[in-house]
Design a binder for this molecule. Structure first.
Ligand SMILES: C[S@@+](CC[C@H](N)C(=O)[O-])C[C@H]1O[C@@H](n2cnc3c(N)ncnc32)[C@H](O)[C@@H]1O
Length: 395
């Protein structure tokens, strides 16, 4: 592809991404993969260049841009090499005309910036939410040690905070490596590893991962439990939960039972675990405001109405989880969002609904104390952002 054709491809893709954000359609990564699946003439360098330009344009535009062209023009204003490709030749975009609209810059739409500011994030912390994320892996303690992996993977370095974390250069084809295939490592952001440790899982315990998804944190819990005890992984999303079994097999995690829950019937379907768990992990559905580094167009999809719906889901999973915890047991609540409405305020509301419950310290501490929990954020800790709180049931 010529440089101009690559720019036009980015514009076309951004038009699709903007439309998908408005209609709740496919994610940017999926749209990019589909686009190239039907354009075999595009080589790997073309694909990389188009992808980079698409993501640069997404990161640059705080509010939803009016068009793909406006989004790329905003990048071209900062990058003369991109601006030069608007020459109207071949398959390239038409020349830039005076006063063409540009995508508005910024971190996010104005209402979200306001909510982030009210949640205590300064301008630098907000800007870092749309930085590029590193490629972090968790070493599977059931199968090996971090030192052994570091020896076999010369490109890897240790992550600064998580005891089993390693970092690789972005773009490393992890899933094609022998170490990954043998179950010695899992892709997991360092922040996710740190908050997964907040439950302080121990061998022999009975634990529930209530919102297990594809099991990223379930596998971490199984490793911390050294495959001893009972570990129940639940979710209402069949497709996600189905991905756990092959991952568990690869990782050699043998104590996991997975259970698909019917929305609205969760407590009934978990009645055999009522008041039995030593600990419950709730990695709740949330807006993902603190993982924009990985899918920056998510900030174009969030609306106040969706945020309110997510809040109702968080309240619901917290109440379901509380019913599973034995007297004196613990519940760890996690969201990958830095909005107080999804974090500390949810915990405060939980405490007012559940007399006798209290917050408990997380040892060792994670990140920065914030409200009724602790927080990690990309600017301060170099990880994805998380809010995490530990709650103790009355005895
Ligand atoms: C943040 S994701 C979990 C990610 C996962 N823990 C991990 O580490 O990869 C939140 C999950 O909560 C699930 N969820 C939403 N409502 C639920 C409910 N009522 N009961 C159980 N899971 C629910 C969603 O399907 C989603 O998979």
């Amino acid at each position: 592809m010529t440089p101009g054709a690559r720019t036009q491809a980015a514009i076309d893709l951004l038009d699709e991404i903007v439309a998908a954000a408005a209609s709740g359609g496919a994610a940017a990564d999926t749209l990019i993969a589909r686009y190239f699946a039907t354009r075999r003439y595009a080589g790997s360098k073309d694909r990389r260049a188009v992808r980079e330009l698409v993501y640069a344009a997404i990161r640059q535009a705080g509010p939803v841009p009016p068009s793909g062209r406006a989004a790329v023009l905003a990048v071209a204003d900062q990058d003369p090499a991109i601006a030069a490709t608007f020459d109207g030749t071949g398959h390239g975009p038409a020349p830039i005309t005076p006063d063409e609209p540009r995508a508005e810059g910024g971190v996010a739409p104005a209402w979200l910036v306001e909510a982030l500011t009210a949640s205590g994030l300064d301008a630098a912390q907000q800007a870092a939410l749309v930085d590029r994320a590193p490629l972090d892996l968790r070493v599977n303690g059931l199968a090996t040690t971090r030192d052994a992996v570091l020896e076999q993977w010369p490109d890897a370095t240790v992550t600064p905070h998580a005891p089993m974390g390693i970092r690789l250069p972005n773009g490393t084809p992890v899933e094609q490596s022998d170490l990954y295939r043998a179950g010695l490592v899992e892709v997991q952001d360092e922040g996710s590893q740190l908050v997964g440790e907040a439950l302080a899982a121990k061998p022999g315990e009975w634990l529930v991962d209530l919102c297990a998804g594809a099991g990223g944190k379930t596998l971490q819990l199984a490793a911390a439990m050294n495959n001893q005890g009972a570990l129940l992984a639940c979710d209402i999303d069949r497709a996600r939960l189905q991905r756990l079994a092959p991952r568990a097999e690869r990782a050699g995690a043998t104590i996991i039972e997975s259970r698909l829950l019917n929305p609205g019937r969760e407590a009934e379907m978990l009645s055999d675990w009522a008041a039995k768990a030593d600990g419950v992990l709730i990695d709740a559905p949330c807006s993902g405001t603190a993982t924009w580094r990985r899918n920056p167009e998510a900030r174009w999809r969030l609306t106040p109405e969706r945020l309110a719906r997510l809040g109702a889901m968080q309240t619901q999973v917290l109440d379901i989880g509380a019913g599973l915890v034995k007297p004196g047991g613990r519940l760890v609540y996690i969201v990958c969002s830095l909005l107080d409405a999804e974090g500390s305020e949810q915990v405060a509301a939980f405490l007012s609904r559940h007399p006798g419950w209290s917050t408990a310290p997380i040892e060792p501490g994670i990140g920065t104390l914030h409200g009724l929990g602790q927080r990690l954020d990309p600017a301060t800790h170099g990880t994805d952002g998380f809010f995490v709180a530990c709650l103790r049931a009355p005895c």
